[in-house]
Design a protein around this ligand. Structure first.
Ligand SMILES: [Fe+2]
Ligand SMILES: [Fe+2]
Length: 348
């Protein structure tokens, strides 16, 4: 089963978000116990993935970079040049791959014949392979193999096919460019993890799980433009890893605004653009609940331990904006080890 098929399986599967028979946790106010663990008697991880290692992997780009680094003149020169380009908008917004876009457009047309969509997919070998893999994945196949695209499209369904196209597109955009691949790979893994957390959170609120999966997938897409800009102003990027302080300044100043532009440019719903544009400042979003859920999901990707309280850094206003009841928050907190295990499975 392909990685993307696995991700799609995860999206459509309806596993309970709650941790089942794990010990009931009592959440305390963040200000009372800032870093307290939720489960003193948390279950061990027998034969499962090392969840702390999973957390290290999904934290995003900045973590592996040295923070005690002393900037030198070339760092400052790069910072200045990149900052100027980003402020002036001297960059290209990434395009959706044309074949994926054609399929997504066709799927958006309510009068589109299934056979025409299958023809579009068959015109692209990569899409054909991914659609067949997905249709024959464990979730869909139930033991019956399908070898033709029309049958695969019927089996998957239009809604999930659209999500597959979007996921393939996001991966292509985020992983573009060999020079930035090590950093981009970390961003991709963080994006998938955030999407999975978003989906679990949405299921406990009135938000649409598919929209929130997409929002999580694209929440940091603006960082790719920042990385591309750094690469352009520093041609030897392969030899040079920008220090965390330089990346941090450029990300903090630009990735949300540019990310929202990318999402709008792809004609995705305003809610997804709001998630990209406000996942660090959800109360300023028009779609406050979606942005607040993404804020929580993003934070869950950065826990030190799977049993840490995931809400310690959130304000009561953000927690309220998420629309998660106290019971739902406790349920998600108990489920984090389970969700991380699912993410680990998808990242293999
Ligand atoms: Fe971000
Ligand atoms: Fe993030």
């Amino acid at each position: 089963m392909s990685f993307l098929s696995s991700i799609l399986d995860l999206f459509v599967s309806d596993r309970p978000a709650a941790g089942g028979n794990t010990t009931t946790a009592v959440l305390e106010h963040p200000e009372q116990h800032s870093q307290r663990q939720l489960h003193a008697d948390a279950p061990p991880e027998p034969d499962g993935p090392d969840l702390t290692a999973v957390l290290q992997r999904i934290r995003g780009i900045r973590e592996p970079l040295a923070t005690d680094y002393q900037t030198n003149s070339s760092d400052l020169e790069l910072l200045s040049k990149a900052e100027t380009r980003l402020q002036e908008g001297a960059f290209d917004l990434p395009m959706l791959p044309s074949a994926n876009l054609a399929v997504m457009d066709a799927l958006a047309n309510p009068n589109q014949e299934m056979a025409e969509i299958a023809d579009l997919i068959e015109g692209n070998p990569v899409l054909t392979a991914e659609v067949l893999k997905t249709a024959n994945s464990a979730f869909y196949s139930r033991g019956q193999e399908i070898a033709d695209v029309r049958g695969a499209v019927t089996r998957i369904g239009f809604r999930q096919l659209r999500l597959l196209m979007l996921t393939l597109s996001a991966r292509a955009v985020i992983l573009q460019g060999k020079e930035i691949l090590p950093l981009a790979q970390r961003l991709w893994e963080h994006s998938i993890a955030c999407a999975v957390f978003c989906r679990h959170l949405a299921k406990l609120t009135g938000e649409d799980p598919e929209d929130m999966f997409t929002g999580g997938l694209l929440h940091d897409v603006g960082k790719i433009i920042v990385l591309n800009t750094i690469r352009e102003v520093h041609k030897d990027m392969e030899e040079y890893v920008p220090p965390a302080c330089v990346l941090g300044l450029l990300f903090d100043g630009h990735h949300q605004i540019i990310g929202a532009d990318v999402v709008r440019n792809w004609s995705l719903p305003a809610k997804i653009a709001d998630v990209a544009g406000h996942h660090h400042s959800p109360l300023g979003a028009r779609h406050t609940q979606a942005a607040a859920l993404a804020t929580l999901a993003n934070r869950m990707c950065r826990l030190q331990s799977p049993t840490d309280n995931p809400y310690t850094q959130e304000t009561p206003e953000v927690l309220a904006a998420s629309g998660l009841s106290e019971e739902a928050r406790e349920s998600i907190a108990r489920s984090i080890p389970e969700i991380l295990a699912e993410i680990a499975e998808r990242l293999t």
